[in-house]
Design a protein around this ligand. Structure first.
Ligand code: NAG
Ligand code: NAG
Ligand code: NAG
Ligand code: NAG
Ligand code: NAG
Length: 519
């Protein structure tokens, strides 16, 4: 009897543990390791990109923009953040229709590339969103009456009485009740304490799971109570067995902006799924920019040694769609495609380093216009046609993108480091070297080695790579094509040593070799 109870308890404990930990698993296929955020891309372009580029180059998955119906704002002209103002859970948005969404999920899954949905479940549109059918599927709604008949939600599905500020908005981030019960920048705050609201949110997410998505980036988690999220996640079905093993739970990664020093900490959320580690990009930006007297060699203890969350809980990125334009957290240290030389190095460092699940950003250009250090055009939406529809992504003969799409994930240095990460997957970080300044190198078992020179002088050293003897092609200055190398060649001797010379004036002052770049 006693023994039985003990075993039962143990069993329950294991089930609970297993349940939450599986939500930390991105379910990558074929040993792939990296997510790319195709910000504001149309579904038909993502489907094509999965087949023609992401699968052949070994990308594990795509984070897509919110697929639900959203408000359409012409004042300012179609800002990107209108996608974060839901009007209903119908699957039509400026990225495309429900049919196009379904086609994308099937085509990406069929080539082993997962789709992760940006789930906006904290709120609906702004309180000043008006009344009418200015929405991406044309559904009628009334922001002033909190009436969204296409869900349906009505006034009593929102937090009103719970919020204690006079404006109804969050006024003090030091007060956790305000942060979670009041409106974030006037966005109508859903009452996720209600069974009905939880049910509607779960119904939306379950529909996406049935269609074949692998998981969710959950928006604005700091503004939702962990217990409410736990309830919603607990209602989610297992992933579609057409593409995923039986009993696979959806991957959950939660947006919690925590640079330290706020009342709400990421620690409230890590038992529910992974969490976005915002300190990562903010710190890495300072290191590569050499601000605050940071030096690259200090990153010898990069990861948990820098008080980041534990490896198994983190999703990491150099920049995201918010902080690349001054929104969200991180400030001016964040490195983006606008600083392309530093950006390639920082993304290369992230992809070579074993910590966290990595996410690469893929952006569009906009006309930046700084006034007193603030970009007046930080609202600008994606490249669009004169009728307001989002432009397709065009691909040039040299494989770069046109029409304003940046496609950082197609930059040779970044694509090749995504492959590097797959090749060294599971290998320990070894053979660290540094010059006590901004020149560092490290290996990943006997599968890969990388050397950075972010000093203002030449690096010229012989290092132990830990790799087998032979000639390797540097995948930063070029790549292996057939049995030739279009970049620098690195000769590794039988004892594993190799000589590296990297000028601080090189186009890209870093070198990376891996087991599959051997000639
Ligand atoms: C929605 O807007 C269109 C054009 O703006 C208008 O013709 C149509 O009557 C509206 N539909 C509803 C249901 O309000
Ligand atoms: C899983 O996906 C397949 C293929 O699209 C579909 O036919 C099936 O209905 C889905 N399963 C569920 C449970 O929805
Ligand atoms: C908007 O313009 C694009 C490009 O000219 C066109 O392909 C699309 O069909 C138009 N959409 C609407 C709703 O008129
Ligand atoms: C950094 O590395 C170079 C050689 O790669 C060396 O000459 C220099 O003295 C090192 N140390 C410092 C502190 O710069
Ligand atoms: C680089 O190092 C090699 C071997 O240590 C040495 O022979 C060579 O002179 C060095 N070159 C420069 C420019 O310092």
């Amino acid at each position: 009897e006693r023994k039985g109870k003990g075993l039962e308890l143990l069993f329950i404990l294991i089930t609970l543990l297993g349940l939450s930990l599986t939500q930390h698993n991105p379910h990558f296929k074929h040993g792939r390791t990296t997510i790319v955020h195709l910000f504001e891309w149309r579904w038909s372009d993502i489907a094509a990109e999965c087949e023609r580029f992401l699968a052949p180059k070994g990308f594990g998955g795509v984070q897509i923009s919110p697929p639900n119906e959203h408000i359409v704002l012409d004042q300012p002209w179609r800002p990107w953040w209108q996608r974060y103002q839901p009007v209903s859970y119908n699957l039509c948005s400026t990225s495309g229709s429900e049919e196009e969404f379904i086609d994308m999920v099937i085509r990406c899954n069929n080539v082993g590339v997962n789709i992760y949905v940006d789930a906006v479940i904290n709120h609906m549109c702004g309180s000043g969103g008006g009344e009418g059918n200015h929405s991406s599927c044309g559904s009628w709604f009334s922001a002033s009456n909190k009436n969204f008949p296409s869900v349906p939600y009505s006034a009593w599905d929102f937090n009103v009485n719970k919020c204690r500020t006079s404006s109804g908005d969050i006024e003090n981030y030091g007060d956790i009740f305000q942060v979670r019960d009041c409106r974030l920048v006037s966005l109508l705050d859903l009452n996720l304490e209600k069974d009905y609201v939880r049910g509607k949110v779960a119904e939306y997410m379950n529909k996406l799971i049935d269609l074949g998505v692998a998981g969710f980036r959950v928006d604005a988690c700091k503004h939702m109570w962990p217990g409410d999220l736990e309830n919603v996640y607990g209602r989610l079905q297992n992933l579609n067995t057409t593409w995923f093993p039986r009993d696979s739970k959806p991957f959950i990664f939660q947006e919690v902006i925590d640079l330290g020093g706020e009342a709400i900490s990421y620690t409230d959320y890590v038992h529910l799924g992974r969490v976005t580690e915002f300190k990562y990009g903010a710190k890495l930006g300072k290191v590569f920019r050499k601000w605050d007297e940071e030096k690259l060699f200090y990153t010898r203890t990069w990861g948990e040694g820098w008080s980041f969350m534990s490896d198994g809980n983190a999703v990491v990125f150099v920049d995201n769609h918010d902080n690349q334009r001054g929104h969200g957290a991180g400030g001016s240290s964040i490195i983006t495609f606008w600083d392309s030389r530093l950006y390639k190095m920082a993304v290369g460092y992230m992809l070579a380093h074993p910590y966290g699940v990595t996410r690469v950003m893929s952006s569009y250009r906009w006309n930046r216009n700084f006034v007193n250090g603030k970009d007046q055009n930080d609202w600008m939406g994606p490249p669009s046609n004169t009728n307001g529809s989002t432009k397709s992504v065009s691909v040039n003969p040299d494989q770069t993108c046109g029409d304003g799409w940046v496609c950082e994930h197609r930059w040779r240095q970044i694509t090749n480091m995504v492959i590097f990460r797959n090749v060294v997957n599971g290998q320990p970080q070894i053979n660290w070297w540094d010059n006590q300044s901004n020149q560092v190198a490290f290996g990943r078992g006997d599968r890969g080695f990388i050397v950075f020179n972010n000093d203002d002088w030449t690096l010229n050293v012989t290092l132990n790579t830990g790799m087998s003897g032979g000639t390797y092609c540097d995948v930063i200055s070029g790549q292996k094509e057939g049995n030739t190398c279009t970049g620098k060649q690195i000769l590794v001797s039988h004892d594993g040593n190799a000589h590296f010379k990297i000028s601080n004036l090189d186009e890209d002052p870093f070198v990376a070799i891996h087991a599959e770049s051997k000639i």
